[in-house]
Ligand binder design. Structure first.
Ligand code: TRP
Ligand code: SF4
Length: 404
């Protein structure tokens, strides 16, 4: 267990792409909805990351950010449970990015797979910039500044979390020996209260003098239970346990979100760039039109041609939206040509519109009163800033530029 598994904080960001589609809802947002009840969550709009790939075309960023946040709220992300904010409203991310850039070898960034991939895929963009090379390091700063233990991401982002871990390790290695570490650690021990402090010292001695691994585990668990330690003190005590310096930046782990198989209208993966999406709060008639013209098994040319649900993107939607009875009905009707494709699509249109009705209703108050969204983001950004400032102070003082 790395020290940071004691941190149950979750952080994730999304570039401001505007209105969300069903693929993002089932793939990412539903995951957030679950996490917000289990962990302390920070979700943010990565607007600076949008600049790294399209610095010339910034006219829509603000509107896209707001539309996206309204969709988060419409989908049920709860600003009472999770902290929602805008990256650029927390400039501390940029300072940490800069400081991390001092210790990050250029080769680490060049070998992140997305670097070359994206340059090939987005070959109409200028990605030969310093900012784009730094994309994953900015992401590392986003994560490390909150000492987040868990980062829910898709498979394409796992390498970025891995880089984050390496950068944290390197930072701790270079700067982890703060002046007066022992005294600070000892004073943190006393903050746990007499009983816990005695137990901590006991377990630490057993581990350091006798290499007792069980004692180490118990001491870590003990630290995990302490309510009145600041995160900084807790990290000190984790480091102190092993005799080493302090862990200033904690290593996060990726919480891999399972790929949601939401097909687009053309049967390819649903994606804004393929122009095959259904958005979260679409007009019911438009949902109906899109599903009615959605691609089906090409073998079903005529109504009496039997089909194969395994070859049909519409059936993949049944797997997401329908209960078992409906799925069996659709599947049997398809292979026997007992139902037509329009029959098959009807329950889906209903299910998607029912799901969206709830979201449209939730969105209404925010659409009528954009100030409400602004104030949620303002409050979230302030809260995030307080957390970010705390980490930065530790970082500055570890480097030796705190001027206090
Ligand atoms: N790079 C992420 C993406 O494209 C967005 C992102 C920026 C992010 N900073 C982050 C995700 C920090 C998780 C944690 O999806
Ligand atoms: Fe697809 Fe349903 Fe038509 Fe079969 S009946 S091809 S599953 S839409």
């Amino acid at each position: 267990m790395s020290s940071n598994e004691s941190s149950s904080r979750v952080l994730s960001g999304m570039r401001p792409t505007g209105r969300l589609h069903l693929g993002q809802y089932h793939g990412v947002i539903k995951n957030w909805l679950q996490l917000q009840h289990e962990y302390e969550c920070f979700f943010f709009v990565a607007d600076w990351h949008a600049l790294t790939t399209s610095y010339e075309d910034t006219g829509n960023i603000e509107q896209h950010a707001l539309d996206m946040v309204v969709d988060w709220l419409a989908a049920g992300v709860n600003p009472g449970a999770a902290t929602l904010f805008i990256q650029s409203k927390v400039p501390e991310h940029a300072e940490l990015h800069l400081l991390l850039s001092m210790i990050t070898p250029v080769s680490w960034l060049e070998r992140v797979p997305s670097y070359k991939d994206q340059q090939q895929k987005l070959n109409d963009r200028d990605l030969a910039t310093y900012g784009f090379l730094g994309y994953p390091l900015l992401q590392a700063a986003d994560i490390l500044i909150y000492r987040a233990g868990n980062v829910p991401v898709g498979a394409d982002q796992v390498a970025h979390v891995e880089l984050t871990r390496e950068v944290a390790r390197r930072f701790n290695h270079v700067y982890g020996r703060e002046p007066g570490f022992e005294e600070l650690a000892e004073s943190a021990v006393t903050k746990m209260g007499k009983k816990a402090a005695r137990l901590y010292r006991d377990l630490r001695r057993k581990y350091l003098e006798q290499g007792d691994g069980e004692a180490l585990d118990r001491a870590r668990a003990l630290l995990g239970e302490q309510q009145n330690l600041s995160i900084g003190d807790r990290e000190r005590l984790f480091g102190y346990l092993e005799g080493g310096g302090r862990i200033i930046l904690a290593e996060p782990k990726a919480l891999l979100t399972r790929e949601a198989k939401v097909p687009g209208l053309d049967g390819e993966k649903m994606s804004k760039s393929y122009n095959n999406t259904i958005t979260l709060r679409e007009d019911p008639d438009s949902v109906s039109d899109k599903i009615r013209t959605m691609k089906t098994d090409p073998a079903r040319v005529r109504r009496n041609d039997p089909g194969d649900p395994a070859n049909c993107p519409v059936f993949s939607l049944h797997e997401i939206y329908s209960d078992e009875n409906t799925r069996t009905w659709a599947s049997n009707g398809c292979v026997s040509a007992g139902i037509g494709c329009l029959d098959c699509k009807k329950p889906l249109i209903e299910a998607i519109n029912a799901e969206q009705a709830v979201m449209r209703e939730r969105a209404q108050q925010f659409e009528q009163d954009p100030d409400l969204v602004h104030s949620i983001l303002l409050e979230g950004s302030e809260k995030a800033r307080d957390e970010a400032r705390e980490t930065l102070e530790d970082v500055r003082s570890a480097i030796g530029i705190s001027y206090r």
